[in-house]
Design a protein around this ligand. Sequence first.
Ligand code: NPG
Length: 386
Amino acid sequence: MALPATPASPVPGSGTGPRVEAVQLIRIAIPLVAPFRTSFGVETVRDVLLVHLIGGDGDGWGECVAMGEPMYSSEYADGAQQVMERHLLPRLLARERLTAAELAGVLAPVRGHPMAKAALEMAWLDLELRAAGRSLAERLGAVRTEVDCGVSVGITDTTEELLETVAGYLEEGYRRIKLKIEPGLDIDRVRAVRERFGPEVLLQVDANAAYALEDTEHLARLDEFGLVLIEQPLPEEQLLGHAKLARRLTTPICLDESIISATVAAEAIEMGACSIVNIKPGRVGGYLEAQRIHDVCAARGVPVWCGGMLETGIGRAANLALAALPGFTLPGDTSASDRYFHEDITAPFVLEAGRLRVPTGPGLGVEVRREVVDALTTRRSIVRPG
Ligand code: NPG
C-alpha cells in the first residue's frame, strides 16, 4: 500500500520562502516556424506546459520542457502535468512557505520526473527573486551580460535544403552550427556543409543516441571534418560505451541525455565518457542542479554549453541566465525567438551580432504576454493548497 501523498494539514516551511496561494497549469500549442526533425521525431507545433504561481505578493512563471510525446526521454507533457497535480504540487503546497532552494529536497521522495520538477523550481525561483528584486542571472552567478549563440539545424529532406538553411543562419550571425544527424544522413551531409562554408565555421553534430558501439568505425569518419564535438552518439545508459568510443575518435564527445545529475557528470568525466557537457536544466531537475553540474565541470576543466528544448521566452530567459556563468565557454542552443516562433509569449529575444542579451530584470526578467498565452491555450487547471 502506498503512503498518502501528502500530510493532511499544512506543515510549516522554513518561514522565509514565498507563500503560494494557487498554481495554474496552462497548456499551450505554439506553432514552430518550420518543422524540426531529429533522429527521434518531427515537431511542428510545440505543446508546452506552463506553470503560473499565484502568490500573496506576486506571480511566478515556469516552463516545462517535456515534449508532447516521450521520444527524447521518458517524460511527456501530459505525464508531467499529472505528476505535478497528483504528487509534486501537493507536497509543495503542504508547506506554508518554501524557498526555491528547499524545493528539490521536498520533491526528492518522488523518483524521476526531472522536467516536471525543474519547471516548478523555475516558477519558485521567479516568484522568490521578483519579491527580492534580484535577477536569476545574479542568483546563479552570471559573469556575462550577453551570450554567444549557436543554432541547431534539424534533419532536412535534401542536402541542398540543408545548405540553404545553414547559409541563412550564418547570414543572420549565428556563431556555431549544430547539425542533427542519424545513420545514413551523417557523413555526406557534414562533408557538404564543411566544403560549402569552410573550416572556420564552428560545426558540431548531434545524434540523439541514434548509433551503437558497433558504429565506431563509421563515426570515426567524422574526424576529418574538424568538428567541435559529437553529441550523444550512443544510448543514454552507455557511459562505458561512450568512453570506449572516445578512445577511438579524435572528435570530442559531448553528452546530453546521459548527464542526469552532477554526480553522473562527475562519473562520466572521470571514466572518460565525455570531455564536454551539454547542460539542460529540464533534463537534470532544475537550474540549481544545472549550476552544480557547471561547477563540477569547471573544477575538472570541462567546457559546458547550454542546450535547448524549443523553449518559449520563459525558458529561454532562464537559459540565458545560466549560459552567462563562467564555464559556459561554447555557444549554446540559445537561439533567437524568431528561429522558433512567429509570435512568442514574451517579448522576443533578438540576435545582435550573434549574441543574445541576458535578462537583468527581477526573477526571470521577462513579462508574459497573457493575451498571447490565452490565444494559444488548449487546457488549464488549478491546484490549491489543502
Ligand atoms: O534550439 O531549442 C533548440 C533546439 C535544440 O536541438 C535542439 N534540441 O536533442 O538537444 C536536442 C534537441 C531537442 C529538441 C531535444 C526538442 C528534445 C526536444
